[in-house]
Design a protein around this ligand. Structure first.
Ligand SMILES: [Zn+2]
Length: 236
């Protein structure tokens, strides 16, 4: 019921109480931390203009280009830019609600482009220990935001499990890294029989190694499943 309370809170924030709430509990920019004006939602106008929107034209990064998947990203990622601060805040500053708001923004963008949605959304799982320490999985709350705008799409947290914490990606070549990533995740052996089209949700694609590992794991067992990727940002 986390989902319902988030949606309710979002509705209240955006409803007639917004000016009053804003007066007592001003929201802060998800990138620079400055207090937001009433007409701003997640970012201040300066950080908003610092984001490079993809307009749904982002291409798969080299690591993923051979995979039979479709990508939808809201903006491009680059170090030292507003995008990096946004993503850092979602992971490390307890911005669970902001993840949900960004998910709603992703959905708005998808609707604007008339995207055909999958039956199921699957957030890229964190290792349970990491999720416990962080308090939430940022990708899950992005997915919850998307799902709030597409009620017929189901959120599935039971299909993929993370069985190992990520290994350090430094000092590993591509082959070893990919081999490691494949062993990080496991598919639930009982729940995939009725699945035909899934949406993998993640916050950012940098190298694409994690998603490649998951995609190849799924395709090795269920080659006919269609996969669409939804991320907030992708490296250009
Ligand atoms: Zn800002």
């Amino acid at each position: 019921m986390v989902f319902n309370s988030l949606l309710k809170r979002h509705s209240i924030r955006e409803g007639f109480l917004k000016p009053l709430l804003h007066l007592f509990f001003p929201y802060r920019c998800g990138s620079c931390g400055l207090e937001l004006f009433l007409n701003e939602s997640i970012l201040c106008v300066f950080c908003e203009t610092g984001l490079e929107h993809t307009f749904n034209q982002a291409e798969l990064p080299p690591y993923l280009v051979s995979e039979p998947v479709t990508l939808h990203s809201l903006f491009y990622y680059s170090k030292g830019q507003a995008a990096q601060s946004v993503l850092h805040a979602l992971k490390y500053k307890h911005e669970r609600d902001a993840c949900f708001e960004w998910g709603l923004m992703m959905a708005k963008n998808l609707k604007g482009h008339g995207i055909e949605m999958p039956e199921y959304l699957i957030p890229v799982p964190l290792h349970p220990q990491k999720e416990y320490l962080r308090g939430y999985n940022q990708s899950e709350f992005l997915a919850r935001g998307i799902q709030a705008a597409y009620p017929s799409v189901q959120l599935r947290l039971d299909l993929i499990k993370r069985v190992k914490n990520s290994l350090s990606q430094t000092r590993k070549n591509r082959h070893n890294r990919l081999h490691d990533v494949r062993n990080v995740f496991e598919l639930n052996p009982h729940t995939w029989s009725t699945v035909s089209h899934i949406g993998l949700v993640d916050d950012v694609i940098t190298t694409g190694a994690t998603l490649k590992g998951i995609i190849e794991l799924i395709k090795s067992k269920h080659p006919d499943i269609r996969i669409t990727i939804f991320v907030l940002a992708v490296t250009k």
